[in-house]
Design a protein around this ligand. Structure first.
Ligand code: NAD
Length: 285
C-alpha cells in the first residue's frame, strides 16, 4: 500500500476504527485496509503469550510495526497493549478512540486464539482461556464500542467468527463453541441496535495464512504423518480441506469483507455473516 496524498478521499475519511488483535495477521491487515481508506486507527493487542495456547502470540514489536505501517499511509494510529478479557482495558481503548480522534465509527472484534484437543481431554483451563478470549473478549469489545456508537447514532461493528462457527470440527470443541457464540452475539446486538444507525455483522474465514495455523502444533494436528514439516509440505493437506483446493487465503482477502461491512455500501446489511469459505459454505445448513 502506498502513502495517501492529501487530496485523496477514501471511503472512510474522518472515521475512526478500533481493531483488536491488530499487532499481526488479519488484525494488522484490517487496520491497514481501513487506514488506506482514510480511517484513523486504534490498534489493540495483548502482545503476550497465553498458557494454554500452543503457539506464540504477537509481541509489543509487532504492535509497534502495525502502528508504523498505518502511519506510513498518512493516517493516525494509537496503540493499546491490553487484553480483550479486561473490561477496563477494552473500555479504555474505546474511550481513547473518542477522546483522541473524536468518534468511534468502526470496530473489528478480531482478537482470537486457537488451541485443540479431543473433547474429553480439554481441561478447565483450556476451556476457560478459549471462551475467555474468543467469546467473552468479543462480548466485552462489542459492549465497549456500542455505547459511544449509541450516543453518536451510528456505527459499524464487525466480529471475527470462523467457518468453525458454522459447523462442528473435531479437536476444536472450545474454539467452535466460542465462534458459534460470536454469531449469536452479532445477531442479538444487531436486533438491539437496528433502529440506532448501527450495523453488526460477522466474517467467517476459512483457513487464513497467519501464525495461528502456521506453527508446529497445528502442523502436528493436521499432518500427523509428517515430522517437523515445512509450510510447503503441509500445503496439500490444508488444501484437501477446501472445496476449491485452496490451502489458505491471505489476510487481505478477509479485509475486503471487513471493509465492505464497514463502508456505506453495507448500510442495510446487519445481523449476517460473510463466509470467506473457499466453497465450504455449500455444505453448511
Ligand atoms: N487463521 C485462521 O485460519 C483463522 C480462520 C478463521 C478465523 N480466524 C480468526 O481470525 C482472528 C484473527 O486471527 P489470525 O488468523 O490473524 O491469527 P493471529 O494469531 O496472527 O492473530 C491474533 C491476534 O490476536 C491477539 N490476541 C490474542 N489474544 C488476545 C487477547 N486476549 N487480547 C488482545 N489481543 C489478543 C494476538 O496477540 C494476535 O496478534 C481470530 O479471531 C481467529 O480465531 C482465524
Amino acid at each position: 500500500m502506498t502513502r495517501r496524498k492529501e487530496h485523496d478521499m477514501g471511503r472512510l475519511e474522518g472515521r475512526t476504527a478500533m481493531i483488536t488483535g491488530a499487532a499481526r495477521g488479519q488484525g494488522r491487515s484490517h487496520a491497514l485496509t481501513l487506514a488506506a481508506e482514510g480511517a484513523s486507527v486504534v490498534a489493540v493487542d495483548l502482545c503476550a503469550d497465553l498458557a494454554t495456547i500452543p503457539y506464540p502470540l504477537a509481541t509489543p514489536e509487532d504492535l509497534a510495526e502495525t502502528k508504523r505501517l498505518v502511519e506510513s499511509l498518512g493516517v493516525r494510529c494509537h496503540t493499546v497493549q491490553g487484553d480483550v478479557r479486561d473490561t477496563d482495558a477494552i473500555e479504555g481503548a474505546a474511550a481513547d478512540a473518542v477522546s483522541r480522534f473524536g468518534s468511534l465509527d468502526i470496530a473489528v472484534a478480531n482478537a482470537g486464539v486457537c488451541g485443540f484437543g479431543k473433547f474429553w481431554e480439554l481441561d478447565d483451563r483450556s476451556w476457560d482461556e478459549m471462551i475467555g478470549v474468543d467469546l467473552t473478549g468479543v462480548f466485552k469489545t462489542m459492549r465497549a464500542v456500542v455505547r459511544p456508537m449509541l450516543e453518536q447514532g451510528s456505527g459499524r461493528i464487525v466480529a471475527t467468527s470462523s467457518m468453525g462457527g458454522r459447523m462442528g470440527n473435531p479437536n476444536l470443541a472450545h474454539y467452535v463453541a466460542a465462534k458459534w457464540g460470536v454469531i449469536g452475539l452479532v445477531k442479538t446486538l444487531s436486533l438491539e441496535t437496528a433502529s440506532s444507525g448501527i450495523t453488526v455483522n460477522a466474517v467467517c474465514p476459512a483457513t487464513v495464512d497467519t501464525a495461528m495455523v502456521h506453527n508446529e502444533a497445528f502442523y502436528g494436528l493436521f499432518c500427523p504423518e509428517l515430522t517437523a514439516p515445512s509450510k510447503s509440505e503441509v500445503e496439500s493437506a490444508y488444501a484437501a480441506m477446501s472445496p476449491m483446493g485452496v490451502p489458505w487465503v491471505s489476510p487481505e482477502e478477509i479485509s475486503k469483507s471487513v471493509l465492505y461491512l464497514a463502508s456505506d455500501d453495507a448500510r442495510f446489511v446487519s445481523g449476517t455473516t460473510i463466509e470467506v469459505s473457499t466453497g465450504a459454505s455449500a455444505s453448511m445448513p
